[in-house]
Write a protein of this length. Structure first.
Length: 58
């Protein structure tokens, strides 16, 4: 298995880049994370940074 960094292709400003999942995320996916964080299921979670990016690093 190769440990090389993936190649980066320049994109015009404002053009969404695909994530490591191979697609652009949808607003519903961000809403799902927010819904989980405010639910009683995660009431014991405090002070966390939750990255909902599909693996995109800027």
């Amino acid at each position: 298995m190769s440990m090389e960094a993936p190649s980066v292709t320049a994109r015009p400003c404002g053009t969404p880049s695909p994530s490591r999942l191979g697609r652009v995320g949808h607003p519903e996916e961000i809403a799902d994370a927010i819904t989980a964080l405010v639910s009683d299921n995660l009431r014991w979670v405090t002070g966390e940074n939750v990255e909902v990016s599909g693996g995109v690093l800027i």
